[in-house]
Design a protein around this ligand. Structure first.
Ligand code: ATP
Ligand code: MG
Length: 583
């Protein structure tokens, strides 16, 4: 379909923002009639929306084909068994939709397809000569998201491109990974997205190298950090904290316990410590105190939760997102049952007692051996100074769970400082390694007859989320501004009145004949003003106005992105608007 007519197009534009829309892409995609909410986290694509979605999918498909990917299509409704074998049936917890068939057999709506694709390759391939291979699909995915939000940004049902590479060794995996990474860069460049590639933790998968592509936008849910000096960028979950050099704990002054009544917060504690010159100092800051946070950690399917105390400098908090990422797939909740552990004094917890109490204690890397702290004395109303790591307490290890702040030192260049940015995760490339090959016994028979365990990569790209991310980056107050590569049409033809309609029809025919996708506003009785307003809202990159100067043989070309206007002779139009892609 190359010519779309506004008179018959299944479209209603809205002048008002939908009440439930908080972010620009959601607001504008609904107002401009691209999508319509059908269910919590579920959207119907209207004709214009479907055109954009298909163009994104087509662009991604072309780049996947270019790196040798072969398209397959799995069912979304799957039996639980392969996911039980891999362990993800339990690991996913509440994040997936589970259902039973009429016989009561457990099923799920697939969140991704590592299990199925591993089984498929195992089913058909046996020799080392068969490898490498990359399979991909563009498919509707289901996730029982806790908080669907932002229209297409986070749905419970959404369109994803997921590919999977299979190689015989690490070098092969590196190549497949690099090919995908480069393809993703080409895709996001063609989509005119401004994005950053950040090192990511592997989340639910468990593997080695992993990067996320974050499209910068205030509406993004991912905060990431970037260095003000070097090119370093990383997910907050992946930031590493430079540790100070360890010093000899024995040389530090001895620990002293002080009465510190009415100091419920770090701030009140620091004030009192300075007022009373505890430990002979009056320059205490929150960063000199050691905050101990008690949490409960429950492994997937584990009957009991384990108590864990985390020590961070008192000017920071434990960042639950970072903590969750490090401890994944275990889940974390705050420890509440203080009466059950009387040796732990709420509000005055210090690490001095944890070893004896048999409680696991992990510290921020800044809590290095030899550092001295002001912390709880494990008695109500009392704190201790000179509590030295490695002398007065011995942590079980370090953990990256403290809040990351703007101004923190860059772990890559150690000269620059970090700043906090926001982005939308549009793609994720990930070296899975042998986790799924191990789970399903995927081996290739080697040249010497010995089996070779296959190594995998997986690569996700959110097709529907990309549509929202592009809208986030390409819009203005009047509406959407589509990049040419994925616009629903190339040209929006606006005859200002009935007198210009016949010429517009003819022009539409010429332009479609030249391979352009044309949207013609042939609505009878609609004012030029309304047509212009709608054209800006819909965001087709070029608007061609047939108005007063038509009689002289001129049309006005308006460029949506730059608001430039130029009067052009009708005869020049097919050449000026030359199609980007041959038909
Ligand atoms: P997020 O951290 O945003 O929840 P994820 O890490 O769970 O995403 P992946 O499992 O890596 O996502 O999925 C691959 C891609 O699918 C993501 O990079 C994103 O573009 C897209 N995606 C994931 N979840 C959703 C969703 N709920 N709605 C729309 N797109 C999604
Ligand atoms: Mg991800």
């Amino acid at each position: 379909m190359r010519l779309l007519r506004m008179s018959t197009l299944f479209l209603r534009t809205l002048r008002e923002d939908p009440a439930d829309a908080e972010v620009p892409s959601h607001r504008l995609l609904v107002r401009a009639g691209y999508i319509r909410r059908a269910a919590p986290g579920g959207y119907t694509f209207l004709p214009l929306g479907k055109l954009v979605l298909d163009r994104i999918a087509e662009l991604v498909r072309a780049e996947m084909t270019a790196i040798g990917g072969q398209e397959v299509h799995f069912p979304a409704l799957l039996p639980a068994e392969p996911y039980q074998t891999s362990g993800r049936w339990t690991e996913y917890g509440e994040d997936i939709f589970r259902l039973q068939d009429r016989r009561g057999a457990e099923h799920l709506l697939a969140p991704t397809h590592e299990e199925m694709v591993t089984l498929l390759v195992k089913d058909l391939y046996s020799s080392y000569r068969d490898y490498p291979v990359t399979l991909y699909q563009i498919q509707t995915k289901f996730r029982n998201e806790a908080r669907p939000r932002g229209g297409l940004l986070r749905g419970r049902e959404f369109l994803m491109k997921d590919s999977y590479s299979f190689d015989l060794d690490g070098a092969g995996l590196e190549d497949s990974y690099a090919a995908h990474r480069a393809a993703y860069q080409r895709i996001f460049d063609r989509l005119e997205l401004t994005y950053t590639t950040v090192a990511a933790l592997s989340g639910a998968m468990g593997g080695s190298r992993s990067e996320e592509f974050l499209a910068e936008a205030p509406a993004g849910e991912d905060t990431f950090v970037g260095c003000t000096t070097c090119g370093y960028a990383a997910n907050t979950e992946a930031v590493t904290t430079p540790a100070p050099e360890p010093t000899d704990p024995a040389s530090a002054p001895p620990m002293q316990v002080h009465d510190t009544p009415d100091t419920p917060t770090i701030e009140t504690l620091v004030d009192m410590a300075n007022a009373r010159e505890l430990g002979g100092r009056d320059d205490w800051t929150a960063a000199d105190t050691l905050k101990n946070v008690a949490v409960e950690v429950r492994g997937p399917g584990a009957p009991e939760a384990d108590l864990l105390v985390i020590g961070v400098p008192g000017d920071r908090d434990v960042d639950l997102k970072r903590l969750g990422a490090v401890l994944h797939p275990a889940t974390v909740t705050m420890f509440e049952d203080w009466p059950a552990r009387p040796e732990l004094v709420r509000g005055y917890l210090g690490p001095q007692v944890l070893g004896k109490a048999g409680v696991r204690y992990l510290v921020d890397p800044r809590v290095a051996p030899g550092t001295a702290w002001l912390t709880g004395a494990n008695e109500p109303g009392r704190h201790a100074t000179g509590v030295v790591c490695g002398r007065d307490f011995t942590p079980d290890g370090t953990i990256e769970a403290a809040t990351v702040r703007a101004g923190d030192p860059c772990p890559a260049c150690s000269q620059g400082a970090l700043e906090i940015r926001r982005g939308i995760e549009v793609g994720h490339v990930f070296q899975l390694g042998r986790r799924f090959a191990d789970a399903f016994g995927l081996d290739a028979l080697g040249p010497d007859g010995a089996p070779i365990r296959v190594t995998m990569g997986c690569y996700g790209l959110g097709i529907s989320r990309v549509m929202a991310a592009v809208a986030e980056q390409h819009h203005d107050d009047a509406g959407l501004v589509w990049p040419a590569a994925i616009a629903p049409c190339d040209v929006h033809l606006v005859p200002t009145g009935a007198a210009q309609l016949a010429a517009a029809e003819q022009l539409a025919e010429t332009l479609t004949g030249a391979g352009l996708r044309v949207l013609l506003d042939d609505r009878p009785g609609v004012s030029a003003g309304v047509k212009f307003t709608d054209a800006e809202l819909l965001g087709v990159p070029r608007v061609l106005v047939l108005g007063r100067r038509l009689a002289e043989g001129y049309a006005e070309l308006r460029t949506r992105a730059s608001s430039e206007r130029a009067d052009l002779p009708l005869a020049d139009l097919p050449a000026v608007l030359a199609p980007r892609r041959p038909s």
